[in-house]
Design a protein. Structure first.
Length: 365
């Protein structure tokens, strides 16, 4: 099957974002028990998607620098815009109340790096905790690509899964194991990223599917085993609920690689997929700190109506970020970085052809 764009992934991104949004809106409320608490696993779906698209991205670059440029231009414009908007809202609130306890320039610039985890700086907004995990995954894949180990990725992936599970399951009380596991947080979710990689190989290459489905089942059980040792889902749902959601996500990808998931594709779902990254980043603090409290306390609206308005406004902000910042800045930044890095004419000419091709695939990456 030769496809360069997978619209199903766009829809799944939108699904993951909406799940996370409603999880945050109902967090700590009785409404969470209506099933919205399961939205805490939306980040797990995002990680599987990231694993899937990483090889799609690597297949269209020739050098490590190109991969770095693609990731930077894809993530940072939207992320910078989201951080800046949230900081501006906090600053305006501080000016209005004459209370600047929530406003920190150090926190703002630390968050702009996306590496605030290692700078020991608090995340400015809740969803940012996953960004360091994504960045570590990209760095790991960059190393694999740079040293030409992609052909050995299956062996590396399985070895890491076995190593992580055995280490955490039998030695988690060891202080050095805890430091390793929490100091390199991508380890907590490696089976999910590797699952995406395996599903991509199934759909793009002529391979032994039984072997790959066997490795995918290994990933599924491994991530379920890691439930008590990874992420934040354990604080909101139980072991069986987490297992159910992972099985659901793995089933969706099984349908995808077999061409049975096209029924979820439509204009509204594609739109949500398009703005999903911005929506994921921008919704939590603005909604829970400003919009919903204002509507419920000042205007005495009920929770559901307030949440619907907050969602509508969050989608509006995310749409503006996506179409006014993400799309144009992505292309301009990518072009600028490419032409700066590869200055020789023949490389630049080759870049122009590749750049046009990559822009067509940007939605899948």
């Amino acid at each position: 099957m030769k496809r360069t764009r997978f619209e199903e992934l766009d829809v799944l991104r939108g699904l993951a974002a909406i799940m996370v949004v409603f999880f945050h809106y109902t967090m700590g409320r009785n409404q969470a028990d209506l099933g919205f608490k399961l939205g805490t696993t939306g980040v797990d779906l995002f990680f599987i998607i990231s694993g899937f698209v990483i090889l799609l991205s690597l297949e269209h670059v020739e050098k490590s620098g190109q991969f770095v440029i693609n990731r930077i231009s894809r993530l940072y414009p939207t992320y910078w815009a989201s951080v800046s908007i949230t900081f501006s809202m906090l600053l305006l609130c501080g000016i209005y109340k004459m209370d600047f306890s929530d406003v920190s320039i150090v926190q703002y610039f630390g968050n702009m790096t996306m590496f605030q985890f290692y700078l020991k700086i608090q995340n400015m907004d809740g969803p940012y905790w996953t960004m360091i995990i994504e960045m570590l995954f990209y760095i790991f894949m960059l190393i694999i690509f740079h040293f030409k180990f992609l052909n050995h990725l299956n062996k590396i992936g399985v070895f890491l899964i076995v190593f992580i599970v055995l280490l955490t399951y039998f030695q988690f009380d060891n202080i050095w194991v805890k430091r390793l596991f929490y100091g390199i947080p991508v380890l907590q979710f490696w089976p999910l990223f590797f699952t995406g990689i395996l599903f991509y190989k199934i759909i793009k290459r002529n391979i032994n599917r039984i072997k790959y489905y066997g490795m995918i089942i290994l990933c599924l059980f491994s991530q379920i085993i890691l439930f008590d040792y990874s992420g934040r889902s354990k604080y909101f749902i139980d072991f069986y609920e987490y297992a159910f959601m992972l099985i659901f996500y793995f089933s969706l990808f099984t349908l995808l690689v077999n061409g049975r998931l096209k029924f979820i594709i439509n204009s509204p779902s594609l739109f949500l997929g398009k703005i999903s990254f911005a929506l994921y980043l921008i919704h939590q603090r603005i909604s829970l700190r400003f919009i919903i409290p204002f509507l419920t306390k000042k205007l005495s609206l009920n929770f559901w109506l307030s949440s619907a308005i907050a969602l509508f406004l969050s989608i509006g902000i995310a749409t503006c970020i996506t179409y006014l910042i993400e799309v144009p800045c992505n292309r301009k930044m990518r072009k600028k970085l490419y032409t700066t890095l590869y200055k020789r004419p023949f490389i630049r000419n080759r870049y122009r052809q590749r750049f046009d091709l990559e822009n067509e695939k940007m939605g899948s990456e």
